[in-house]
Structures are given as structure tokens and as C-alpha cells.
Unconditional design. Structure first.
Length: 70
């Protein structure tokens, strides 16, 4: 089976590293997180201090199989 959840959140950009490429942001709860950017061209026009909306998807898949007989 598999389950996926898409979440949208508004965050404050606190750092951008175009060499990595990565972006650090502060979420609504005050915590910070740094993530790798898969499409660096999407960072064009984004600056530290900007508020942006992020959309991310979390997924989990699991497979259940019978245990081998002993």
C-alpha cells in the first residue's frame, strides 16, 4: 500500500546557497530547515527576506510479505 500527503506552507527565506543549490527557510512555527533545490531556476527572483509558499509531498509505501518458515 501507499499513502501520500501534499502540504502547502508559507515560509520566510533566511538563506540561499546557489552553489549547493539549497535554500534555508523559517516555517510558521519558528523552526528553520535547509533543503536542496531540485530546480535551481525556480530560485531566480527569490531573495533572502522574501515570503514564499512551498508545496511538498510526503509519501510512504509498504509491502507486507509472509515471513519465511523456520
Amino acid at each position: 500500500g501507499a499513502v501520500a500527503r501534499e502540504t502547502k506552507v508559507t515560509v520566510l527565506i533566511t538563506a540561499i546557497d546557489p552553489k549547493a543549490p539549497s535554500v534555508t527557510f523559517q516555517g510558521p512555527g519558528g523552526g528553520t530547515r535547509t533543503i536542496k533545490v531540485l530546480h535551481p531556476e525556480k530560485l531566480e527572483g527569490v531573495s533572502v527576506g522574501d515570503t514564499v509558499e512551498l508545496t511538498y509531498t510526503e509519501a510512504i509505501a509498504l509491502k507486507v510479505e509472509e515471513a519465511p518458515k523456520k
